[in-house]
Structures are given as structure tokens and as C-alpha cells.
Design a protein around this ligand. Sequence first.
Ligand code: GP0
Length: 840
Amino acid sequence: GSQNSLIQNEKMWKLMQSYIKNDKETIQQSIVNHVEYTLAKTRFDFSIFHAYQAISHSVRDRLIEAFNDTAQYFTHHDCKRVYYLSIEFLMGRYLQNALINLELEDNYKEAVLELGYNLESVYEQEVDPALGNGGLGRLAACFLDSMATLNLPAWGYGIRYSYGIFRQLIKDGYQYEVPDYWLDNGNPWEIERLDVNYPIRFYGYVRKIHENGKEKSIWEGGELVLARAYDNPIPGYDTYNTINLRLWRSLPAREFDFNSFNQGDYFKALEEREKAEYITSVLYPNDSNYSGKELRLKQQYLLVCATIQDVIRRFKKKKRDWKELPEKIAVQLNDTHPAMAIVELLRVLIDHEGIEIEFAWELVYKSFSYTNHTILPEALEKWGIDLLGNLLPRHLEIVYIINFIFLEKVSKKFPNDHHRLSSLSIIEESNPKKIRMANLSIIGSHAVNGVAEIHSKLLTTTLFKDFYELRPKKFQNKTNGVTPRRWIRCCNVQLAQLYTEQLGGDTWVTDLTQVRCLENMVEDPDFQNNWQRIKRQNKEQLKWWVKENCQIDINIDSLFDVQVKRLHEYKRQFMNILYVIHRYLSIKKTPADQRHAKFLPRTIMFGGKAAPGYINAKRIIKLICSVADKVNTDSEIGDLMKIVYLPNYNVSNAQIIIPATELSQHISTAGLEASGTSNMKFVMNGSLIIGTMDGANVEIAEEVGKENMFIFGALVDEIEGLRNHMRNTEPSQYFPPELNEVLQKIDEGFFGAVDELRELINTIRNRNDYYLLGADFKSYLEAQKKVDECYKNKSLWTKMSIRNAIRSSKFSSDRTIQQYADEIWGVKAFQIPNPSQNAR
Ligand code: GP0
């Protein structure tokens, strides 16, 4: 009865320690208790790994109280919510980030030290959760941090893969892929929701019935699996708000298939059930590349179907009219991977809730918005209708209906314009026909955005031109950003300290524009010295990392030159290594006694994973490693030049690499890198950029000034002309002589591995230099020359470095997310009260 539960409630309040205290003793007690009661280890003898586990559990306790209160607060205020749907979340390690956001790092440091461990070493115990490929997945992670920090009622939804992106080993210059079973030692950062399970159907058929003169569709048969929720608390900074990343895992459905069990083949029947677990086993390791596998579509639909059920359940908790749906929810699609959510929501509204299709459609597109992350044709998702219709028969029907209604409207506005109609259609009239997920996403959304000015512009003038002409107001730009919590405060503690000292407080962590005030320190010799000291210490740290992981000694006084990102031809790591070869040959041609006068020592570092099936990307790795072998063992070169392949580039080693970098390379063919986000991280950490006018580089140049960067290469408007020229000209005739010389050396077998390296250089020699290395090489050489000139002048370089960092505030993901909130989602902040003021 109600009285009973009231009494119970009162007792509960008394029992609950609301907000555990955070003094040193309480922290130590909670750690030691977890050693004993959670890990069942003795508190008198536990390893550093157990220390990590116990510490994480004690942090988890603190996260959970804020997490529960935040959820309750949002429900109580019935706020409009944002759902960020992404097939990838590249979170990186949690412990340090959680402590910093909870502002508990110092307390834990002290507490843990007295228990015999150094907190920094404890951080190293954590696996790197890598449920993403690269930029797109890491963007989603930065966005969660900003949404929590900005107190937005937001949740992320994704997939809890058992295997994240593979671990990369480099052996004899080749990439090997090792499975990343990251859950081996459990995961203290997640909360398994045994009670949150949704059924997911695949295959089957659609049965039509007639009710009150209307046709109704019933999707039945096929196979059922369950999606189970795993919640990952995401704390904001300088707020108690802690939001949620809900990840789905597939499990066998509880309903027995009595038939197969009764057929007597008990083991066969169990085997069938076990298959369900496989759906969310592995993250697809292709970056910016569509592979068209059925299992991938199953993953996408599982994410979408479970999420929509969860969203609708939450919406229905309160009795209200369906017309309120777009006022209560905003669903953001991170690329087209979760785009079936549009069809799924529509299906539920018409088939289950009995809503008229026109009205249901209005609710859907008002609720959805879509972010595009690339214009590369090979990345655009197009599902064959056979595959899609087989797995999701009702969805295919609905896609046809949406398309029909849409094209009707278009042909009224543009009569007899067949070209336009076929480019706007969701169906590509190829053989077999295909569903274009981008078209579906645009039609089903009220807002579509690119991720940098230049990219958004290209969307409206090329890829989505016809859609733009139809609905210009739908198209927006939201320039990407990165979180200053992880990418300054966590990874560059010294720089953060310097900022805090100079600005008299740490509010810059949530308002990065404040660091612009340091403009007047650029000329200050003390400040410059501090700046150089910090960079040097970060370089020292990377030197040790390289020693340990690559067995190479690098020269701390050399220029640290870094290109770390997924291997892709459009990113042109190939052009970088071709330049490195040229530099090497030039040193060799110079008389030994003049070399040190003519060349500045450089350490050139590469890092990044190649998709397992991407042959040219793997050949580029081989070339880099072959050149590294040659150069690093050449006694004439000494420490004038070292080349390093940093293995297994991931979030946690990015946190070491980026703060130590002095020059970073972002050299994609103009128009092809949608934004780039590591460029922002590098600039924030005082690295200079050598780069093309592409993606966010363009806006970085606007902010920090072109004179503080090394910009080179063809502009986006010149690309088409250059490509035509390339196709019509003998390469050796327009390639600069420096490039021809380098290619010839490779061709001669100077770096070994002749056969495969020849295949690689032929990709640019046979009039198919699609990414225009030949056209940009000359200006790349010139930009490199300027780099050397500037680096010679230490104080000039330092000033440029400072200017880059303090003018980078635009690229905080707080700015990005505030724009999404205001201009796309229409959501407001709801901050939970400080619990110390919270009279319960
Ligand atoms: C774009 F299409 N990106 C895709 C994809 O499948 N995966 C992916 O990571 C990236 C872009 O290449 C980017 O330019 C961009 O900044 C990022 O998405 C986030 O918008 C660099 O990683």
C-alpha cells in the first residue's frame, strides 16, 4: 500500500548515503572495500591492476549517484531530449577523464599514493575502449562530453561490440590485425541492464489484413533476437549532470523455438540461438568505406529498432498526444548508418500506433536530423533491394511509399524533369536496384548538415545540389569541434596548469574563448620559455614511448613531424613519404661536412590503421617502413633524420603523441577531407599545421592566420581542371623532377619490396593520379622549405605555436554542440542542483 511505501521510502532515504564524501579517507575506504568485496582480493596485498579495478569501481559509485539524479531530473522536468545515434563511439580510456570531470583527480592522487600506487601508472592499466574507426566515432565521443558539460538532456545510443577496432602490429613493415577482445577483464564503466531488453525481428514476411475498410500490415515470422542495454555514465565538467551512453548487445530471444527443440536436435537448436550473440560481436573496421554486408545491416537495424522502442517507451511514460513528439524528441543521425531509424519510427507509428501516414511522416521528419561526414562516393551507403527486402520486408515497402509521396511532390514543382527525379529518388535504378541511404536521410530529416564550412558548401553545390534547390533552408553547417577536457586538460596537464595560472582560474576548461586573452603574452619571454619547456617535456614523454614501442632512439632536439590518422589514399600519407625520400636523397647528395648546416634534424612519425582489405593503404605502410629501415640504419644520416611508424594508433596514444608534436600534417586533396578533427587537437596543443585548404584547415587558417601555418596545394575549384590535365598528360612531363627522381629510386628497388612498391607507384604514374600527388608536390616542397626556415628561428616558431593554440577556441566541441542545440535540436539546458544544497 501507499502508506507502507511511504515508510519504506523514509527508511530508504535514511539508509542511502546521498553523495558519498570525497575526502581522502572516504576515498581510500571505498577503494579498499572494493578490493575486498567487489574483487574478493585481500586488502593487504593487491596488484596495480586490482588497484585500477577497485579505484574504477569507487569512481563508478560516484558516477552512479549523479547519473541517477540526472535521469530523474530530466524526467521530472519532462524536457525535450536529444538522442545521438551512432554506429561508433570511440571513447578512449575513462578513468582519468572521469576523475577530471568530477574534479576529483587531486584527491584520488593523494589517496592512491598512500595505498602504494601512482595514479598515472594506474591509468595505464585500463584497456582503451575502441568501438570506432576514426574521426566519426571520436567525434561522437567528444560530443557526449560536451552535451554532458552543457547540461543538455541528451543520450547517446550505439552498439556494444565485443571486439573493437583491431590492434595493429607492424612486423617486417607489414600490418597485422589482432582481435581486440576488450572485455577480457570486465568493464567497470558500464551498468548491465538485465531488465532492459527489446525484441528485434529479422526476415519474415508481411501479412495484410483488412480492418474497417483499411489495409493493415503485420510483419511476422523470421527470427527474433534480444537487444540488451548497457549504460555508460558520461559526467560533465563543472556540473553534476551525468548523462548516458546506452549501448546495445544482442542476445538470443527468450521465446523458445519449440519446433526445432522438439525435433530432437537439442544441440543444433542451441547453436541457432547462440548465433544471435554474433550480431554485435565485431565492429566493421572500414573507415569511410561501404562494404554492403548483411551482418552490418543487422547491426544497424538492431541499433535502430532497440533505440526507437526505448525512445517511444520514454515518450509514452506520460499520457500525451502524438503531435507532441517533435517537441519532446530530437534524433540526430551520425551519418547514414542509423538512417533506418527514420523508417522504423514511421513503421511503429503507422503499423503499431495506427497513425495516418501523412501525420506520422510529419512527426518523423520534424524529429530527425542528419549529419553527413563525407562526399567520397565509395563511402555512400546503398543497400541492394534484395538484401534489404529480405531482411526487413516491411521497411522496404515503407521506403517505396515514402519515395512515391516525395517524388509526387517533386514532379509538381519540376514537371517532366526526369534527371532531377532520378537523382532525388531514394531508389537508384541500377541493376539490381539500390536504396540510397543518404537520400532517405535527407528526405526524412528537417535539417542536414556538413561538418566544416567548405564541406557543407560542397554538399549543396555537388552531392546534394538537387536537394538543396528543393529545400535550401534544410541545409546547414556545423563545424566540428573536440573536447578541451580530454584534448587539453587530460592530455596536456602542464599546458592546462599554465593556462590556469595565467588566467587566474580554470573556467577556460568550459569556455575556451578565454585563452584568447593570452594574446598579450605572445611576446613575453617568460611565457615563451614556459611554452618551450612544456613542449620539451611532452617530447621527452613521446621519446620514451617510441623507445619502448618501436625500439628507436629519437633526437629530442629534432623537429617532431607527425601524420597520424587512418590510412587512406585521399589523406596522402603517400605524398608525405615521397617527400621524406626526397629529403633523404638531398641529404645524401650534400657533402658530409655541409649536411648539418643545410638540414635541420627531423623525426618524421606516421601512425594509423589500414582497413584490412585496403591493399593500397597497406602498400603505403610497407613503403613507409621500408624507407624507415633504410634511413634509420644509414650511418651517414645519424640523427639528422629518423622515420618512425607508431604502431596501433588509438585514443590513448594520441593523448601522448599530439601534445609532443611540433608540426602535424593534414594534406588531403582539396575537397575530400570533410573536416578532420585531429587538426584541431594538434593546434590546441601548439602544433603548427602543414596542410591543404581542405576541411576545417580552412577555418583554422581564418582563426590563427595563414601566416602561422604552412598552407599549400591546389584549391578545391582547381581540382577538376587539374584532373583533366592529369588524364591527358604523360605524368613524367608534368611531375616535378624531384618527384620523378623519387619514383625512379623506388622503381629501381632502392627500398626493396620492388613488386608491391611498383604497384603502389603505378597508381600515380599511369595517368590515374586521382588524388593529385603530382600536381601538389611542388608546392608541398616549398611549404616544407618554409617549415625548416621557421624552425631555425626558435622564438619565431614558439610565437607561431602560441598563436595557434590560443586562437583555436572556435574548435571546442562546446561551441559545436551549442549550435546543434540552438539551430537544429531546439533543446535547452537543465542542470541538476548541487547536492550539498539539496535538502532531501
Ligand atoms: C567520415 F564518412 N569520417 C566518414 C566515415 O565513414 N568515417 C569517418 O571517420 C570522418 C571524416 O573523414 C573526417 O574528415 C571528419 O572530421 C570526421 O568524420 C568527423 O566528422 C575526418 O576524420
